[in-house]
Write a protein that binds this ligand. Structure first.
Ligand SMILES: *[C@@H]1O[C@H](CO)[C@@H](O)[C@H](O)[C@H]1NC(C)=O
Ligand SMILES: *[C@@H]1O[C@H](CO)[C@@H](O)[C@H](O)[C@H]1NC(C)=O
Ligand SMILES: *[C@@H]1O[C@H](CO)[C@@H](O)[C@H](O)[C@H]1NC(C)=O
Ligand SMILES: *[C@@H]1O[C@H](CO)[C@@H](O)[C@H](O)[C@H]1NC(C)=O
Ligand SMILES: *[C@@H]1O[C@H](CO)[C@@H](O)[C@H](O)[C@H]1NC(C)=O
Ligand SMILES: *[C@@H]1O[C@H](CO)[C@@H](O)[C@H](O)[C@H]1NC(C)=O
Ligand SMILES: *[C@@H]1O[C@H](CO)[C@@H](O)[C@H](O)[C@H]1NC(C)=O
Ligand SMILES: *[C@@H]1O[C@H](CO)[C@@H](O)[C@H](O)[C@H]1NC(C)=O
Ligand SMILES: *[C@@H]1O[C@H](CO)[C@@H](O)[C@H](O)[C@H]1NC(C)=O
Length: 406
């Protein structure tokens, strides 16, 4: 029976792994010298196979394909701005004037699709290309942008790559007149709040809702809407707050203040003491709405995450804060992180602690379905094993049964 149990456990593990499997989607920014009409896929997320079909279509004209592969890239990178409010990819976005640019925010394994095209593929690192300045004769050239420096900010690296790409492109144009260029990444760099992906918010390049990121040094906040319900007993109407956030740091606490139209929302973050050393937590949330002050607490769970040795942010799809009366503050697609050792403008969240625990709905349904299958199979096998073979047979040498009849 124990061998059987092993088999059963493996079968159920197989189902569980299948049901929680995940894939990575990275953005692809591509343009070509070709003037042909291009079909832009209508889908938001593009699978590896349909991306491959799209490429095959483009390869009919036999272009020279050059791919710039960032180690990590996400749609959020295209939405970022530097300290002076400038965009990260000035040269790439200039191309929109001269060429037909296609931007696909979520493509599944674009580099793997390229390698499965049955074309000659050469991979080079940007360092070796810069040394030799020789562009190899090949159908598809993949250039690895793997020259990140330890002390360099990500934005500066992306800007440097932006300039490199446009100078290499100018170089290639001298030799080839039919060129297809792709800028993409191997992995995704940012865990986007689910809703942002689903709502197709980041639809086009460099089009962002500037209200949701702020020029702050010690704390980063992201949300799509902050709404208040002044008195639930009177009406459940929600008013959207339009806030601008600033932050200050005093010894051990960080104060993140949102202000707009005479209303303020103050978040106070502290470093954990006692048993919670290494954790940051939201120790106070005070809203001053229509000149009345409300001390708010989260109605879901306490807001905290580790910051040392690894930093985490906190994320919640629908965060609700209430006070002792009927005042309510809702934040949708809320993500927040204080940086106690912050030194410059912060632009990126760390991985998130989510207000929904690890066992989310899809995981539960995977486990549930697997356990039903397991039960049915166990029942069937036990039944089969209960079928007994005969243990008494007719003895061929013995006396045959004789029935005497008179
Ligand atoms: C961001 O803050 C820095 C430092 O406070 C300031 O120099 C810079 O001009 C600000 N940028 C924007 C776009 O507000
Ligand atoms: C990239 O853009 C910047 C700013 O617009 C410009 O100064 C620089 O010369 C451009 N680089 C190339 C290689 O075109
Ligand atoms: C935010 O609030 C505005 C105004 O009520 C609404 O139109 C918009 O759909 C809301 N956005 C989200 C993501 O809920
Ligand atoms: C709530 O909204 C409804 C519909 O927009 C409006 O008719 C009603 O007057 C509002 N109630 C309050 C208390 O503002
Ligand atoms: C911050 O620390 C300094 C020196 O350690 C102390 O004098 C000051 O009172 C502290 N401020 C607050 C708000 O705790
Ligand atoms: C929020 O913090 C600011 C200082 O940044 C302060 O002036 C304001 O009174 C605070 N608001 C509330 C409601 O505590
Ligand atoms: C709340 O806001 C009102 C009006 O903006 C202001 O007069 C009052 O001082 C604020 N209260 C606090 C505690 O900040
Ligand atoms: C909010 O909390 C602060 C400190 O905990 C307290 O001084 C203040 O009176 C409270 N305000 C209200 C409206 O409960
Ligand atoms: C922040 O700085 C303090 C003192 O310099 C250090 O003890 C702590 O480990 C640092 N925290 C992080 C997350 O780097």
């Amino acid at each position: 029976m124990s061998g059987l149990k092993c088999v059963l456990v493996f079968v159920s593990l197989f189902f569980i792994i299948n049901s929680v499997q995940s894939t990575e989607f990275v953005p692809v920014y591509m343009w070509s010298t070709s003037k042909a009409n291009e079909k832009v896929p209508a889908l938001h997320k593009i699978s590896q196979d349909s991306f491959k079909d799209d490429l095959l279509e483009r390869l009919k004209e036999n272009p020279f394909v050059i791919v710039f592969a960032e180690q990590t890239l996400s749609p959020e990178d295209f939405a970022q701005r530097d300290q002076s409010g400038g965009i990260v990819f000035p040269n790439l976005s200039k191309l929109k004037k001269s060429s037909k640019v296609t931007y696909l925010p979520y493509v599944q394994n674009p580099l793997r699709a390229l390698k499965h095209l049955d074309e000659e593929v050469t991979e080079l690192s940007i360092g070796s290309l810069k040394e030799s300045l020789e562009i190899p004769e090949t159908n598809i050239l993949i250039i690895d942008l793997n020259d990140a420096k330890d002390d360099e900010h990500r934005l500066d690296m992306l800007k440097r790559h932006d300039a490199d790409i446009s100078s290499i492109y100018a170089e290639i144009l001298k030799k080839h007149d039919n060129v297809l260029v792709l800028y993409t990444g191997r992995h995704t760099s940012w865990v986007a709040p689910e809703g942002v992906v689903n709502s197709r918010k980041i639809r086009s390049l460099l089009a962002i809702n500037s209200r949701t990121y702020f020029n702050t040094t010690y704390a980063l906040i992201y949300y799509t809407n902050i709404t208040v319900t002044p008195d639930k007993s009177v009406s459940t109407n929600k008013t959207v707050l339009d806030l601008t956030f600033t932050d200050t740091k005093t010894n051990d606490t960080i104060l993140l203040t949102g202000e707009g139209s005479g209303n303020t929302v103050n978040f106070t973050f502290s470093q954990g003491t006692g048993g919670a050393i290494g954790y940051w937590q939201l120790t106070g949330l005070v809203a001053n709405y229509s000149s009345s002050v409300h001390n708010l607490t989260s109605s879901i769970s306490d807001i905290y995450a580790p910051y040392s040795p690894t930093s985490f942010s906190y994320h919640c799809g629908d965060q609700v804060f209430t006070d002792s009366a009927n005042f309510e503050l809702d934040i949708t697609y809320f993500q927040v992180q204080p940086f106690f050792n912050g030194t410059g403008i912060v632009t990126r969240f760390s991985d998130a602690y989510d207000c929904v625990g690890f066992t989310s709905v899809p995981i539960w349904s995977g486990l549930f379905v697997s356990s039903i299958l397991l039960l049915i199979m166990t029942f069937g096998l036990v039944m089969i094993m209960d079928i007994r073979t005969m243990d008494k047979f007719d003895d061929p040498k013995g006396k045959t049964i004789t029935i005497t009849t008179e």
